[in-house]
Design a protein around this ligand. Structure first.
Ligand code: F6R
Length: 266
């Protein structure tokens, strides 16, 4: 696992965006796994600038969202279908027909979840999966004790997750109780994982995911099982990493052939 510690949240977004951009430059038809929430917002903003500058294009790319609330109307501004359309598909210039979000309104949710996994496979698998992490260590909506073998399925949100996401709704009661999320097994099949975290509220989760034992108690620790995972965090989110100085040393001495261009888009 590569751990990159940067001074600010904006730099975290820029660095992660550079990684995504390098994948799409090499493979314009790349399949991108799309997280929602606050964490990836700076990534999408930087990618949008790169698209506007003509550096990259998502016109041929495909996208699969990580998760969706169950039962939320499609047109609700906080359905992840709405969020992905507003924050990702439009600004990055994806073809809307090539981007999917789990169907949290399906009459047969179990079937819809299985079909979502099948659609990811049929698309050739995810080339690069963007991830945030919850303060309780969840990735996607795989709450603590989710199986590392889990596939896309229905989960019950932890009270802490509903409380954290209440900021997007008028009250915590309005946050749906259930969600459909890619499983940890699904996420681990992506060819590359890029997890971003910002702020001190994520420091415990980041330390658990990166340095803690591999345990379903901290679902983010599943990244330790992946051969190509990068964790990009700001100083506040890195605060509890025991080997922070070593990660800085590794990054400062990265061989030229391993570097990628994180030059800010104009
Ligand atoms: C979002 C997702 C979640 C969030 C996590 C952090 O699609 O799957 O795992 O990444 O809850 O949320 P934020 O970024 O809002 O702090």
């Amino acid at each position: 696992m590569e751990i990159i510690i940067l001074p600010t949240a904006v730099e975290v977004g820029r660095m992660a965006a550079a990684k995504i951009a390098s994948v799409v430059s090499r493979k314009p038809s790349a399949v991108i796994g799309l997280a929602t929430g606050s964490s990836p917002q700076d990534i999408y903003a930087d990618l949008a600038r790169r698209v506007q500058g003509g550096e990259i294009s998502f016109a041929q790319a495909r996208g699969f969202a990580l998760d969706e609330y169950v039962g939320i109307p499609l047109e609700h501004p906080e359905s992840y279908a709405s969020v992905i359309a507003r924050d990702v598909v439009g600004p990055l210039g994806f073809d809307p027909a090539r981007v999917r979000v789990p169907d949290g309104r399906a009459a047969d949710l179990e079937f819809a979840a299985k079909e979502y996994d099948a659609a990811i496979r049929a698309a050739g698998g995810i080339d690069v999966q963007i991830l945030g992490i919850g303060a309780n260590g969840h990735i996607g909506f795989n709450e603590p004790t989710s199986s590392f073998a889990s596939r896309t399925r229905i989960k019950t949100l932890a009270p802490a997750t509903r409380a954290a996401n209440a900021r997007f709704f008028d009250s915590v009661e309005e946050v749906p109780m259930h969600c459909m999320t890619q499983g940890l097994g699904t996420i681990l099949e992506a060819r590359e994982l890029v997890l971003v975290a910002q702020g001190e509220g994520k420091a415990t989760a980041v330390a658990g995911a990166v340095e803690g034992p591999v345990s379903s108690f901290v679902p983010g620790s599943a990244l330790q099982l992946h051969e190509h995972a990068t964790v990009i965090v700001d100083e506040a989110a890195a605060a509890q990493l025991q080997l922070a100085d070593y990660y800085r040393h590794v990054f400062a001495n990265k061989p030229a052939w391993q570097r990628f261009d994180a030059t800010p888009a104009r």
